[in-house]
Design a protein around this ligand. Structure first.
Ligand SMILES: [Zn+2]
Length: 216
């Protein structure tokens, strides 16, 4: 492992600053978390995108959210095939072990993953079609969503619609997990879909009855 290097000095300085201030001010809370374990009330499935600041948006402290991030906040369908399913593993742990009361799928504007899926589905990104593209194969999850929006004439509106489909498809796929269907039926778990606009800070929430996103 000779290719590993020490942390960049600016990160070391930031860490020391955190330890001396926010950590020092909340020592008792961190000790409590260490001794009592985590009991987050919600799982959040968000995009890896660095602009999506889940804990800032909800003013959350350590221990409050069980956060899973992947490209374009996608949930794959329930599949038992012996492959390594990181997202499904996180969902299983959140529901079975942590018994979270909520799963929030958090989509966002200007999503590079959604744009990639859009271009791939329109035949404009052959590199993503290759079997060796991890991003392409991952974004295949969203192809059913593209089929629903491909008729929209405006490029910008089609992209926004696909960003919303990214949330909807994930919510649909969550319900393909038997453990989630059971928890929802038993009113132990509720599912939520939201889309965050990076520029305006706005949030729209998905209304399952109307099938539309409404501003919060
Ligand atoms: Zn994204």
């Amino acid at each position: 492992m000779e290719h590993t290097k020490p942390l960049p000095p600016d990160l070391v300085a930031r860490y020391r600053g955190w330890r001396a201030t926010r950590f020092a001010e909340n020592k008792a809370w961190y000790r409590h978390l260490a001794e009592e374990g985590q009991h987050p009330r919600a799982m959040v499935i968000s995009c890896c995108d660095s602009r999506v600041h889940v804990t800032s948006i909800f003013g959350a402290d350590a221990g409050e959210f069980f956060i899973h991030r992947n490209i374009a906040n996608l949930v794959p369908p329930f599949e038992i095939d012996g492959d390594r399913h990181g997202t499904s593993a996180a969902i299983e742990y959140a529901v079975r072990s942590l018994k979270v009361a909520h799963i929030i799928v958090l989509g966002h504007s200007n999503c590079g993953g959604v744009q990639a899926c859009h271009d791939m589905c329109r035949g404009d990104a052959p590199e993503l079609e290759a079997s060796g593209s991890f991003v392409g194969r991952w974004m295949d999850i969203l192809r059913p969503g593209f089929e629903r929006v491909k008729g929209i004439a405006s490029d910008a509106e089609r992209i926004v619609a696909l960003e919303k489909q990214c949330v909807v498809v994930s919510l649909e796929n969550l319900m393909s997990f038997p453990m989630i269907r059971d928890a929802v039926a038993g009113e132990m778990l509720s599912l939520h879909g939201i889309r965050h606009d990076i520029a305006s800070g706005g949030i729209e929430t998905f209304d399952g009855r109307s099938g539309r996103f409404e501003p919060l």
